[in-house]
Design a protein around this ligand. Sequence first.
Ligand code: ADP
Ligand code: ASP
Ligand code: MG
Length: 415
Amino acid sequence: MSIIVQKYGGTSLGSIERINNVASRIKKWALANYKLVIVVSAMSGKTNELNDLAHQIDKLPNKKSLDFVLSSGEQVSAGLLSISLNKLGFETELFNGSQIPIKTDSNFNKARIESIEKKLIHDALKKNKIIIVTGFQGVNTNNHITTLGRGGSDTSAVAIAAAINAIECQIFTDVDGVYTTDPRLYDKAKRLSEITFEEMLEMAGSGSKVLQIRSVELAGKYKLPLRVLSSLTKPDIDIEIEKNSGTLITFEENITMEKEVVTGIAFNRNETKFTLLGVPDKPGIAHKILLPISKANIEIDVIVQNISKDGLTDFSFTVNKNDSVMVNAIIERLVNELKAQSYICDDNICKIGLVGVGMRSNVGIADKMFSSLAKENVNIQMISTSEIKITVVIDDKYTELAIKVLHDAFELEKN
Ligand code: ADP
Ligand code: ASP
Ligand code: MG
């Protein structure tokens, strides 16, 4: 019995016509005798709409209540898809996160999956039903609904696929695979037929929202084949062609071709940079700044600390824009506590990540990146590196220019 988990994103389910299209695609796979578990996102725009409603009442809404609101979008699309499949003559079984249950910790708004109960899924598969599960959500030990962070349906799909030993997890979306950079930003971007888990992790971590980073982590951990493919092609496209389409996320040893030095460029315009100016430069200062932020369960991304004169230091870091109201409140307190001179909060930044496993064995990549940006007068505000990624933070107004310049400099259109 070959089980496949397919996940359909918001745009793929964005209208009744698209939902019917998705149903026709699922029909094709079901008729080819695959056992199917379908994980759905909310219809496009729905989660934003629900989020806005909550924030109209309170700028910092209660997280538990917010999750109750946010999780509802997926229930609508699951039900509509089920009705469409029923109309095509297929029997379905629908579950939301708390019914299965998908057990999570209690970090509302960004909960992590702890376990998945398989019984209901297996029972329904035995009865030859197509299973539809609401993505993006779970339930904590107190039976409160939690959500997994924006883009979390990818993680739901991978977690379910790993739990039930699916042969592949297919992420159907509005592009036909993972590209060298966001194809909506640069039309010279090229689709990659394969990318390593490591590279995909770095791309996702740098802002390529085509896959939520935790879905890539999980698929890598469980060695689960993960494929990104288009839901917008004709649903009756030959299944043998569809099986090999899109982008396969794979292990380095499985990639046969000589790897390019740079595989892709990701960017994230959804971060805010905070800088504490003139903090007394004493041992433990970084810890004192970052502790209250991590205690609030807020992830910190790029960090830079500069020595300045008179025993003072400037300390900068970036966080997701969604967390900036909370971080602002923490920083205001810290300025007094640490006797810092002042602070700056900058929303107009973009983080760019140049990614490639080939970087390990090649020198001069950073220099080429920085000189390409310098030629266009793009000032770099922060830099950080890992073995296979170089990250820079720049003024957001240069994002398009920087991506195009780097894409051209590293000749990614030839990938
Ligand atoms: P879904 O609603 O299906 O989950 P998302 O909007 O979350 O879809 O992710 C798909 C989007 O990711 C694409 O429309 C594209 O604009 C964006 N994207 C960013 N970087 C890349 C990349 N390197 N390759 C492909 N798509 C990318
Ligand atoms: N609907 C949720 C979101 O918009 C989850 C997802 O799409 O994966 O973030
Ligand atoms: Mg998504």
